[in-house]
Design a protein around this ligand. Sequence first.
Ligand SMILES: Cc1cc2nc3c(=O)[nH]c(=O)nc-3n(C[C@H](O)[C@H](O)[C@H](O)COP(=O)(O)OP(=O)(O)OC[C@H]3O[C@@H](n4cnc5c(N)ncnc54)[C@H](O)[C@@H]3O)c2cc1C
Length: 482
Amino acid sequence: MEKLKTQIVVIAGGPSGMSAAVQAAEDGAEVIVLEKAGITGGAANMGMGPLGIGTRYQQEQMIDITVEKAFNMFMEYTHYNVDARLVKRYFEQSAETIEWLEDMGVEFEGAFRYFPQSEATWHIVKTGNKIGPRAAGAMNRALFQRAQELGVKIMLETVGKKILKTDGRVTGVLAQKAGGEEFEIACDAAIICTGGAGANKELIKEEIGLEQGRELFNFAIPGIVGDGLRMAWEAGADHLPVRIEQACDLGGGEEAAAGVINIFKQPNLLVNKFGKRVMNEEYMQNTTYLGNLANHQKDKTVYSIVDASIVKAYVKNGVDVTSLVNPETDVSDFYDGMDRLLENGTKNFFRADSIEELAAQLGIEPEALADTVDEYNDYCDSRDEEFFKNYRYLKKLRKAPYYAAAIHPGGYGTVGGIRINENCEVCDKEFMPIPGLYAAGADSCNIYEDSYMFLLPGNSMGYAVNTGRIAGMEAAEYIETV
Ligand SMILES: Cc1cc2nc3c(=O)[nH]c(=O)nc-3n(C[C@H](O)[C@H](O)[C@H](O)COP(=O)(O)OP(=O)(O)OC[C@H]3O[C@@H](n4cnc5c(N)ncnc54)[C@H](O)[C@@H]3O)c2cc1C
């Protein structure tokens, strides 16, 4: 068997792994990165940017968000069910991390909110094109280049398989090339960064209890199947709960035209399987809240409903609510998009000539839905006495055809499972670090408790980049002591 030797092996080249590798190399360590895919960047190639708190962008934009405020918000949101020392270290480092990324050539558009109730902590990466999904690919390319400049050996299409230990401390990693050939890398420290288990249906069912494709429509990025979790647990790590970084899914994973998605994501009338309203629909923009809400309904489903006159107004004037992820106000492809879905036998999008017929399609008692619509139309003339929705979003449903779309729990993958401390050292059941073993990013992200905190957007990539750096600096220090 081929044998290599280095000081630190980083298992996976997503944002956490590449940040760990660059930081460790900057601190003088010799590093090898093993990446299963043909490119680095992981899920973050689809995203837009990391969190930063107290950055120069926020100061320039006169945005008042401090580490103290964010820390207190976060700890209250999670009911102190998380590692406060790790949260503090991550937030405190986050502004300097934005500068660290800039020093390697990453540019940012500024600091943004995800939706109105959130704080402007989302640092969107500049690409030269207009702001939109996949912007963070530019950050991943900069991390890759910086790693190469520093002499980090990046082995693509190579899988980390097992942590090797001698006398309780890490002494190597077993890896496998694309052709199936296994080889060992002797090392003093290993950093696990494999991004969770979002594409592992069985693990999600076992750990979280939800069936992917029926109860949950999670982003399933191929190759992210929990390898790091398994490796860490086998090496003696404490097995903490694995959770979904839950968001909402509109349309059960079916491909739909942008205008269709955009119209159904507006603060429309939202009902459950009993035809009852379930929330102030203004808060639908917080995808975590909407995902949680859907999770607590019968069949884990709610429906967004509009009528012909609402659609006509949106098509003519543009939609009311946009975000950086869905920036388009133009929804003129709605009608064609709905036709296509219906021709293809959609299970999640509906059109009917009356409220009663729509109810029958949705499996709702027709009278119940008709009552809710009548009541809702009355609120449109006065005020929303049920959930206090802003009058700007109260629009009557009175003209056929009526349209609906199903919303279910979705997610950005799994988070958590490996116990770490604030130094990103992997710990056993006794909370004792396993010498030489570190974890960062989604594999180690136990800080959300039951709900992703979208009130501080960029929190997921921010956690990945910052814990990657922490793991890299701590591992580089540790190898000096071995
Ligand atoms: C559509 C989308 C948009 C998003 N937008 C944002 C955003 O704007 N801001 C934000 O904060 N968060 C965002 N996120 C979440 C964010 O991208 C993730 O939290 C982040 O990428 C996690 O980083 P990571 O390094 O832990 O794992 P990942 O980015 O998931 O990378 C894991 C890597 O591990 C590799 N791998 C797996 N197993 C092995 C193995 N055995 N050996 C070697 N390599 C292996 C995979 O190939 C992959 O490259 C988004 C997520 C999605 C899906």
